[in-house]
Design a protein around this ligand. Structure first.
Ligand code: ADP
Ligand code: ZN
Ligand code: ZN
Length: 705
């Protein structure tokens, strides 16, 4: 008898291929195809799916196929590209399971869109051109030698020594703004580059990548540095991705999406500003790039460096040896600023006391108290700059008729429309619905309609009156809509063309304003008592970061101030801020979180759904809760988990769509994960035809509930 192999038809292997199918579709995302070649796992292929040909990833080694099995053949193998390696496949498998998506959906969605559309010939052409472009790129001979660098501070030295002696693992670099964290990253990156390995550096915002990229290029002129973020053109993104995957790039700088870069020689992951909420993806697979960095590091036995002046409470808890469950990460502290730079003096302005003394008018008519206006004038006279933070854009958050009580509600959302004076519109910040401001009340015709409250536009106008002759600038999402306008506005601040800058939180992050010696927050209180349990953490971090903008210049040391106008001077958050005591703040917050059963002491998942009526949304969630209760009854190990009743979110209706959500909570991450793995795949069955919902989504470790 002949050997079996020679009996096989030409398509002699069965290969399991991942394609982009969502988890709750009827089919699994790994489909079987026939291949005449024994494909390696991780190989990119094109396969027929229905009437289309789509990109897929061979997900296991191809096996010899029994001759009687009828499978559709793989259309093309993109073998110009080396297969995606085991660490990359492990990462996407884990992320898909953890965030409750199908592996195929997640794996393909994190590849560059251009790559998914190329056939084998196009890919080969692209790779050639790539190679050519990279070869043409001027690259220096050597990196900046150590003796040319500034001597390290004692704190930097201690941190680097600790890192050099440590096993691979996750480290929290807790350093105040200006303590020289970036220098620590650069030294660590230099070490892994010297070992011939790659470094991945994550930053929260696209806006921060050019600054950092410039610093890395200056330090490592002999290395290839690429960036990965959503601001790149599809072609640029593909080029960066390929450079990383082919091992041609030594350093990848990027936003959260870069965590999924394929890096065959990866040696280090840095997550700068690890507390930043933009590391959490808010649609599709709602992953946390910070959390995945920690997982990836553990899986590949790498050093992971999480840096922050105000770490997230989860990370702080993981790095606190005295807390139960803590000590997972090593804590490295840099409590002082480099050189003569000192932290700003924090001044709390007690609005309640001023109102009691001078009447309510003294605090409500004017946006700033007289002492703060005087402090601004002093700065202007000295040629220094100030920043006024107000986290609300537009002129006023609502218009109001004094005659009949009408308010500028959005007809499509359960929200007010914001008054924008510059273009005389009433604009909904949730659905975008915009109309010209009416001349008179639409309900009663009274011409006396008044703005209520204050946004950045109005503050800018009022500052013009309070500070005659001063040059007032404003940076917010409205002023920076045009491409390049943020850069040009920042440049004019840096050039000293602005005396007082009004801005939302987008200016508080990262930007280093040398001439700025005063930062003031005028409506910080709003975050203290909201329904968002992370709001105090965000506020503390924002104010510390904003304060960090000021006084980095040694010449102005000792003069920089952070002013906060508040009705709650006694709040522990402000007390901790005055003494720059992050640890005290974190301690008080962790006690509150523990008492309330919130993260990091509980693990959460949120099921959100949207429907034409609130009733349909709630009915769907009720049915999913019944299904959940059934699963718990069948599996005693899943008892330690609570399914809360459905509730509408803070803004219940957006663009005429009703929203509802349901919280799942467990003290055990494992129990939560096991429950979700059984529950989520069945959720589509909870749809009933007479009360269909539009869509649903599960958010694991949600930022807001
Ligand atoms: P962080 O990232 O902690 O806010 P940076 O790394 O940006 O701080 O450092 C703050 C400033 O101090 C930068 O201008 C940097 O060039 C400078 N710097 C950092 N390390 C040193 C050092 N060892 N000696 C002198 N200047 C330093
Ligand atoms: Zn009216
Ligand atoms: Zn709206």
């Amino acid at each position: 008898m002949e050997s079996l192999a020679s009996d096989l038809p030409t398509a002699g292997h069965r290969v399991s291929v991942l394609v982009e199918l969502p988890r709750h579709s009827q089919v699994d995302s790994a489909l079987s195809y026939a291949s005449d070649l024994p494909l390696a796992a991780g190989q990119l292929v094109r396969v027929p799916l229905g009437r289309r040909t789509v990109c897929g990833i061979a997900w296991a080694e191809a096996e010899p196929q029994a001759p009687d099995i009828e499978l559709r053949p793989v259309a093309e193998v993109l073998d110009a590209l080396p297969p995606l390696g085991p660490p990359w496949r492990a990462l996407v498998s884990f992320a898909a399971a953890y965030y409750q998506r199908s592996t195929g959906e997640l794996a393909l969605s994190v590849l560059p869109g251009e790559l998914r559309d190329l056939d084998a010939t196009q890919l080969q052409r692209r790779l050639k051109r790539l190679h050519k472009r990279l070869a043409a790129e001027p690259i220096g001979q050597v990196d900046v030698p150590a003796y040319e660098l500034l001597p390290l501070s004692a704190e930097q030295q201690a941190v680097l020594q600790a890192l050099a002696g440590a096993e691979p693992g996750t480290h929290l670099l807790h350093g105040v703004t200006g303590s020289g964290k970036t220098e620590v990253y650069l030294r660590c990156v230099a070490d892994v580059l010297a070992q011939g390995r790659q470094a991945l550096v994550l930053v929260p915002e696209i806006n921060l990548t050019p600054q950092l990229e410039a610093r890395f290029r200056a330090r490592f002129p002999a290395r290839r540095i690429v960036s990965l973020h959503s601001g790149l053109t599809p072609a640029e993104r593909l080029q960066s991705w390929l450079a990383a995957h082919l091992g041609l790039a030594d350093v990848v700088l990027g936003t959260r999406m870069a965590i999924f870069a394929s890096l065959p020689r990866l040696g280090l992951i840095v997550v700068d500003e690890e507390h930043d909420p933009s590391y959490k993806q808010q649609e599709g697979a709602r992953y946390s790039a910070r959390d995945l960095a920690v997982w990836r590091g553990r899986n590949e036995a790498l050093t992971v460096l999480l840096g922050s002046a105000t770490p997230s409470l989860e990370t702080w808890h993981n790095a606190s040896p005295t807390l139960p469950g803590g000590a997972r990460y090593q804590l490295l502290a840099m409590p002082s600023r480099i050189g003569a730079g000192s932290l700003p003096t924090v001044r709390l302005v007690d609005l309640a006391r001023i109102a009691a003394q001078f009447g309510q008018g003294a605090v409500h008519k004017q946006p700033l108290v007289p002492a703060l206006v005087a402090a601004l004038k002093e700065r202007i006279e000295r040629g220094e700059q100030s920043l006024i933070l107000l986290n609300r854009r537009g002129y006023a958050p609502v218009l109001h008729c004094t005659g009949c009580g009408w308010k500028s509600a959005c007809p499509h959302c359960s929200a007010w429309r914001v008054f924008h004076k510059l273009d005389r519109t009433l604009r909904c910040h949730h659905c975008g619905f915009s109309e010209r401001v009416p001349r008179a009340c639409p309900d009663c015709g009274d011409p006396d309609i008044q703005p209520v409250g204050r946004g950045t536009e109005r503050l800018e106008e009022q500052l013009g009156d309070l500070l005659p002759g001063a040059r007032i600038g404003r940076i917010d999402a409205d002023s920076t809509r045009a491409k390049g306008s943020l850069e040009s506005q920042l440049a004019s601040v840096h050039a000293g063309e602005v005396d007082v800058l009004v801005g939302t939180q987008m200016v508080a992050k990262g930007h280093d304003f040398r001439r700025m010696t005063l930062v003031a927050a005028v409506n910080a209180d709003s975050a203290l008592f909201g329904s968002d349990f992370r709001a105090p953490e965000r506020l503390f971090s924002l104010l510390m970061q904003a304060g960090g903008r000021a006084g980095r210049d040694a010449a102005q040391a000792g003069r920089s101030e952070l002013w906060i106008q508040t009705w709650h001077v006694g709040h522990p958050l402000y007390a901790a801020l005055v003494s720059h005591d992050y640890a005290a703040f974190a301690k008080s917050q962790l006690i509150e979180r523990q008492q309330a059963g919130l993260p990091p002491f509980a693990h959460l998942a949120l099921l959100r759904c949207e429907a034409r009526s609130q009733q349909a949304a709630t009915a769907f969630l009720d049915r999913t809760a019944e299904l959940g209760a059934q699963i718990q009854a069948d599996h005693p190990a899943l008892q330690d988990l609570l399914i809360y009743p459905p509730v509408p979110p803070a803004i219940q209706r957006v663009a005429n769509v009703e929203r509802a959500q349901m919280l799942i909570e467990s003290p055990s991450r494992v129990v939560l994960q096991r429950f979700l793995a059984r529950w989520v795949p069945q959720l589509n069955q909870c749809q009933v035809s007479e009360q269909r919902i539009l869509r649903w989504a599960v958010d694991v470790d949600p930022l807001a509930i």
